[in-house]
Design a protein around this ligand. Sequence first.
Ligand code: ACO
Length: 428
Amino acid sequence: MSEIAKIELGGKVFEFPVITGTENEKAIDISNLRQDTGYITLDTGYKNTGATTSAITFLDGEEGILKYRGYGIEELAEKATFIEVAYLLIYGNLPTQDQLNQFRDSITKHTLVHEDMKQFFEAYPAKAHPMGVLASMVCSLSTFYPESLDPHRSAEAKNLTIHRLIAKLPTLAAWAYKNSTRHPFMYPKNEFDYCKNFLYMMFAMPTEDFNVDPVVVDALNKLLILHADHEQNCSTSTVRIVGSSQANLYATISAGISALWGPLHGGANQEVIEMLEKIHNDGGDVDKWVAKAKDKDDSFRLMGFGHRVYKNFDPRAKIIKKACDDILEKLGVNDPLLAIAKRLEQVALEDEYFKARNLYPNVDFYSGIIYKAIGIPTEMFTVMFALGRLPGWIAQWKEMTENKEPIGRPRQIYTGEVLRTYVPIEKR
Ligand code: ACO
């Protein structure tokens, strides 16, 4: 017999169906709550609110499990390429060789951005944060492809928009960086795979040969896979809610990029390195900064620690910590910030305050360190996160539109003035 939840209000009992997911997670379906009872639920920060049902990503924060379309993140990070994972997230299954070839060819074909867009870059100040540039550029793509504005276009036309976006994001991201250094833009090299091509556009110079250590390409592939989706987080929920108004995909993803920028979300990887630099410049006294993080009168938090849903450990952090150790050893990196990071990790993992609150290093604690080791400038860290998260955002948008979900529109409990009468300015 299916489970029923009962709510008693004003002496009356109301019944609501219980929905069970394929991993046995449960939800009370309150879609009729207001209509039946006149009440709404209140859940600031959506800590207990399921906004949708989804078949893309499963995560269990208590057990530290993360799966894309049923495949464990550990296996994907070890065996797959980022492009394969992108296909898996967006289309639901791992591609056959033919499907992968077609997907890769289509993406390779669309890596160039319109020449006129170069002028946009040049108009930004050199110090412009690349996340601001990226969000604007992605939204600007909609002006070059006006057909993408039609929410009722064919599935084929929607696929073209998806492929264009995946193809162009690395070009836009690398050019945002090149522009900040006032170095010449490097055009994509389609003989390279997705990750190598991005590194080429970031680091190559027209006057020099380009060589990149395969260890660096592998590390980037892994990092992008680990960031590819994370169910209904802040930026993904933004994507779903903006997309629910039938705004075009470019505008929708641009909104996701903006949401990701915040220091409590994707911006944390940049904050981690800035925090380590601050501690280093202050003499490297880790205990002092741990004490500050624990002090409720001090606004300082240990960036890269804690997570809204992982209350045991972040499975991505486990994989990335190993990758981090490997790459630092292989590249022979010797950075004083890394010693501080290791000490911080150790102190925080042993300290009662962090243990009691289940505050473990999250994926961004280590991703910042790897990005630094492979030469990515700090301000580009969140851009790297956006590159990884793109297939997840697209998959979530596609699922939402295909399921014909209604426009997202939460309610509120009003706490303002009831009724006031207008008073002319001279009498106020
Ligand atoms: N340093 C010190 N104390 C912390 C930290 C931290 N990084 N994170 C949480 N706490 C404390 C809080 O002060 C609070 O203590 P209290 O119960 O004594 O009041 C308790 O732990 C719970 O914290 P909340 O802020 O309620 O937890 P919430 O789930 O709302 O926030 C968040 C999660 C935003 C990730 C938080 O842990 C944080 O700010 N971390 C640092 C920023 C960061 O690394 N963000 C990246 C997240 S991963 C991602 O987006 C990809």
